[in-house]
Design a protein around this ligand. Sequence first.
Ligand SMILES: [Zn+2]
Length: 125
Amino acid sequence: MEIKRCRICKSDIVGRLDKVFCSVKCKNAYHSMRRRQNELHVREVDNVLHRNRIILLELSEKKKFGRFFIDKQKLIALGFKFEFCTKVYHAPDGKIYHYVYDFAWTDYAKNEIMILMSNYASMAV
Ligand SMILES: [Zn+2]
């Protein structure tokens, strides 16, 4: 019969066959580690999303209309990460809107991005 080893300390596990940890201490250490890893990853993604929103917010501050256009390279230079969004909407006209909270962006023309500002973005859906 194969001896099972604890996921944390690698010592032999004695007792029930379905045990994964040798002790409550190791079980708690494992779940604490998992929770820390999860929080770290979530925080990294949240930081990028928040940064993306701040970029769009700052760009929109002096705009009068619900949408504006910007060169894709300018957005990249500002640190905007296109691969991070909070929602994707495929419009009937074929356009794909990527949401960053209350803003949305879509490819408009070659290297040109259309940004929809807060209230306007909800009208795309
Ligand atoms: Zn252990």
